[in-house]
Ligand binder design. Structure first.
Ligand SMILES: CC(C)(COP(=O)(O)OP(=O)(O)OC[C@H]1O[C@@H](n2cnc3c(N)ncnc32)[C@H](O)[C@@H]1OP(=O)(O)O)[C@@H](O)C(=O)NCCC(=O)NCCS
Length: 338
């Protein structure tokens, strides 16, 4: 394990009196309890999808979601804290990096401040280390309690991201970029096309047909996305768009997995969206091509998001993440839920 991560010492997880801590594999929490806890904990967390039972059921089918790494704390029969860990192979500098994506870290309000979330994270780190994963990654808002909690456990800030918002009615040019919607696309065809476009980015998970289906086709009906594509040799582009309601926001359209080679393409895509609804997206702060495209399309930057990493190998994964200058693909399902 890398020295850079101190202070968490693997194996040194405290027992917390009155609570029982187990992995989701040892003691599986049912989806109703998880949904109830998530809606209690994330109902007022800004900028995320409000959890519902349908959403939690879909999320539990996420390819790579690992019950042996995911953890929960129980007070008698009551589920009082939980987190998910998803195993994924992400490309970093064109090399595969085996990581555990940590999300939905939550403790019921009346059980907070006793070290439960810390204990679950430490157990997840130990379990991931024993499986040979290279790093744990998670997204959170900088300068918040959760950020300080992760930092105190040895997580390091490796990427910065921004939420961008385009107010309703913002004007758009009509650049000649021929976007078309994809109706019932075959995952096998599109996953390959998508990965090809993503070669320019870091943080891209291997998109086999199963992952593609889960991300694009199996979402609950209320957040089902529309896929957009510009065909052709010259300036291929793809994007995913879904109408949703984030906490603290009215109805908006989320653009995710936005990939293009011509900045004007994004402006052309926005011109195809309904004019009366805000558009939201998340982008790597250091992605200058994306920033140019977003500004051209009348988006404005808002809140920041941080990607933190805990190194589980001899430092190689963090070094690769920190050193790479390639733009980072924000996996919005780990940031806002889809
Ligand atoms: C964040 C959360 C999971 C922490 O759970 P917890 O079981 O209370 O966490 P712990 O007791 O292990 O750790 C608490 C430590 O984290 C920090 N911390 C966590 N939440 C904090 C907050 N809202 N304000 C200030 N500090 C906070 C403190 O440094 C605290 O340290 P201390 O005990 O020395 O004061 C819980 O507050 C929660 O469910 N929040 C809502 C959901 C959420 O924000 N999840 C994280 C999304 S990234």
């Amino acid at each position: 394990m890398a020295e850079a991560n101190r202070p968490h010492r693997p194996g040194g997880v405290a027992v917390i009196a009155g609570y029982h801590i187990a992995s989701h594999a040892q003691q599986p929490p049912d989806d109703r309890r998880l949904a109830a806890l998530a809606s209690l904990c994330f109902g007022s967390y800004p900028g995320v999808l409000r959890p519902s039972l349908g959403f939690v059921r879909w999320f539990l089918r996420r390819p790579g979601l690992a019950p042996a790494l995911s953890q929960a704390a129980w007070h008698g029969d009551e589920l009082v804290a939980s987190l998910f860990v998803t195993e994924a192979v992400l490309s970093v500098g064109l090399s595969p990096c085996r990581v555990g994506l940590v999300d939905t870290v939550m403790t019921a309000p009346e059980h907070r401040g006793q070290g439960l979330a810390s204990a679950l994270i430490k157990r997840a780190i130990d379990a991931a280390a024993s499986l040979g994963l290279e790093a744990m990654l998670l997204y959170t808002s900088p300068d918040t309690g959760p950020y300080r909690l992760y930092a105190s456990l040895g997580f390091r800030h490796v990427k910065s991201l921004d939420y961008w918002r385009r107010p309703p009615g913002a004007c758009s040019g009509s650049e000649p970029c021929a976007w078309e919607t994809l109706l019932s696309p075959e995952p096998e065809d599109l996953a390959a096309e998508y990965e090809q476009l993503m070669l320019s980015h870091d943080g891209v998970p291997v998109h086999d047909a199963r992952l593609w289906r889960w991300r694009k086709r199996q979402r609950p009906a209320s957040i089902r996305p529309t896929l957009w594509r510009v065909r052709g040799q010259g300036a291929p582009a793809m994007a995913t768009c879904a109408r949703l309601r984030l906490t603290g926001e009215g109805s908006s359209l989320l653009l995710s997995d936005v990939l293009f080679s011509e900045p004007a393409c994004l402006q052309a895509l926005c011109a195809r969206m309904p004019p009366d609804i805000p558009l939201i997206t998340v982008a790597d702060t250091n992605d200058s091509q994306m920033r140019t495209a977003l500004e051209l399309a009348a988006f404005r930057p808002g809140a920041q998001e941080a990607m933190l990493s805990y190194c589980l190998d001899s430092g190689g994964a963090i070094a690769a993440l920190s050193a790479s200058k390639r733009p980072w693909l924000p996996l919005t399902e780990s940031i806002i839920g889809i």
